[in-house]
Design a protein around this ligand. Structure first.
Ligand code: SF4
Ligand code: SF4
Length: 420
């Protein structure tokens, strides 16, 4: 799962061998570091990989975030992917962005566009080392809002319009590929081109709330073929975060690293400072440590037992006899884990059909979610990707206290040192 990120060093321990062998053994610093700054979000996307909605009261303070950035600078991590939740709803977001850039850590942040007004777009256009990735999961409001919520298509398009009008060059239009938007791939490309942006397609994983909707939303086998052929035909200037390497099982290797980088070149820092092997693997099984309690990010990256295990030579397990193993490598660890499949077996979306057989195994047990910061509006088990329900209840009594501050605002009670 890599695309435009960069880090400074060689393999941990040794730098000999091919590039891919070097990556498999792990680097001194991650190439693709994602940092989720907050679980707070104004939206409730049905497939949110981190089950975001409400902030966590333990989220890192401004000073703690600055210390992480100082460490990334010392480790020569030149670039960090910032996400959430919606990172721009953190009151100190713009301060942290400037702090990172001032410390030679470039920032690419993902946003639903809610705070990208004309003034912010002009500010962003004036910065160096900042990239903006606007999320859109349908090329029409009908398709997008079904997944991301009412009004979210207009919000994202307004942000893209503002960035283009301000002269921001090469924003990213980030699309999670689903059963409903595969027919819109050309439309997404057109929207990106019209805004001077680059299309970025990523794979839907059954992580976070995505686990609840994966069965209904992940592309069909026929659509996987359609996506693969589209990428081969039209994907030259399309980023994929290297997330579709399982499609190489159709025959032709797609551009990219074509390996699972979890804990080797990829990792996640979550809003409370926990470090996970991959942004799509937020579960205790893949938690390597914490930046506050385990001696800092660099120490976790270098010394975690989990990461040492992931960097050790792997045999292909059940996939090792597959003739596509060299390019597919059994697919995505997170997708296997959260669908209850063995990690040394085929990907649930194996294009040779072995995933479907594995998913049909009655002994399959899907792991419970690691955490849930969803807005408390509906029980997790009842959420579904159908039309977003609109409820008209009784008008609240203005004199009554809120049931919980977080129900009123995902940022309730959130203070940072810059506000003091
Ligand atoms: S677990 Fe999946 S998403 Fe994460 S690095 Fe591996 S292949 Fe990529
Ligand atoms: S059997 Fe394994 S290696 Fe072969 S295509 Fe399927 S997931 Fe990939």
């Amino acid at each position: 799962m890599t695309d435009t990120t960069a880090a400074g060093n060689g393999a941990v321990g040794s730098a000999s061998g091919s590039l891919i062998e070097m990556f498999e053994r792990g680097l001194d610093a991650p190439i693709c570091l994602t940092w989720e700054l907050t679980y707070a979000c104004n939206l409730s996307c049905v497939h949110c990989l981190s089950s975001s909605g409400r902030r966590d009261p333990r989220e890192l303070t401004t000073e703690q975030c600055e210390a992480v950035i100082d460490e990334l600078q010392a480790m020569q991590v030149f670039y960090v992917n910032v996400g959430g939740g919606e990172p721009t709803v953190r009151p100190d977001f713009w301060h942290l962005l400037e702090y990172a850039v001032d410390h030679q850590v470039g920032v690419k942040f993902s946003t639903n566009g809610v705070r990208i007004d004309p003034a912010r777009a002009r500010y962003l256009a004036s910065t160096d080392y900042v990239d903006v990735q606007v999320s859109l999961d349908g090329a029409t409001a009908e398709v997008n809002d079904r997944v991301r919520g009412p009004g979210s298509f207009d919000t994202a398009m307004r942000a893209l319009d503002n960035l283009a009008a301000a002269g921001f060059r090469d924003a990213k239009l980030s699309v999670v590929v689903t059963r409903h938007n595969v027919p819109q791939l050309d439309e997404f490309k057109r929207i990106a081109d019209e805004h001077g942006a680059t299309l970025r397609l990523t794979r839907l994983r059954p992580s976070g709330r995505g686990a609840d909707v994966w069965d209904e939303l992940h592309p069909t086998a026929a659509q996987q073929r359609e996506l693969y052929e589209w990428l081969v035909r039209a994907g030259e200037n399309v980023l994929t975060g290297d997330s579709f390497f399982h499609l190489a099982g159709f025959g032709e290797k797609l551009p990219g690293l074509n390996m699972c980088g979890a804990g080797r070149v990829v990792c996640l820092i979550d809003p409370v400072g926990d470090v996970y092997a991959c942004p799509f693997a937020i579960h205790d099984t893949f938690r390597a440590g914490n930046v506050l309690t385990d001696g800092g990010f660099g120490r976790v990256w270098r010394t975690s037992e989990l990461f040492a295990r992931l960097r050790a030579p792997q045999d292909g397990g059940a996939c090792s006899s597959c003739r596509f193993y060299d390019v597919c490598r059994g697919g995505c660890m997170a997708a296997k884990f959260f669908t209850g499949l063995p990690l040394d077996g085929p990907d649930p979306e194996c294009v040779q059909g072995h995933g479907e057989a594995a998913l049909a195994d009655p002994r399959r047990a899907v792991p419970a979610p690691g955490q849930d910061h969803s807005h408390r509006t509906e029980p997790r088990s009842r959420r579904a990707p159908g039309p977003v329900p609109v409820r008209i209840g009784r008008r609240p009594d203005p004199a009554a206290p809120p049931a919980s501050p977080c129900v009123e605002s995902p940022l309730a009670g959130f203070t940072t040192s810059t506000e003091r």
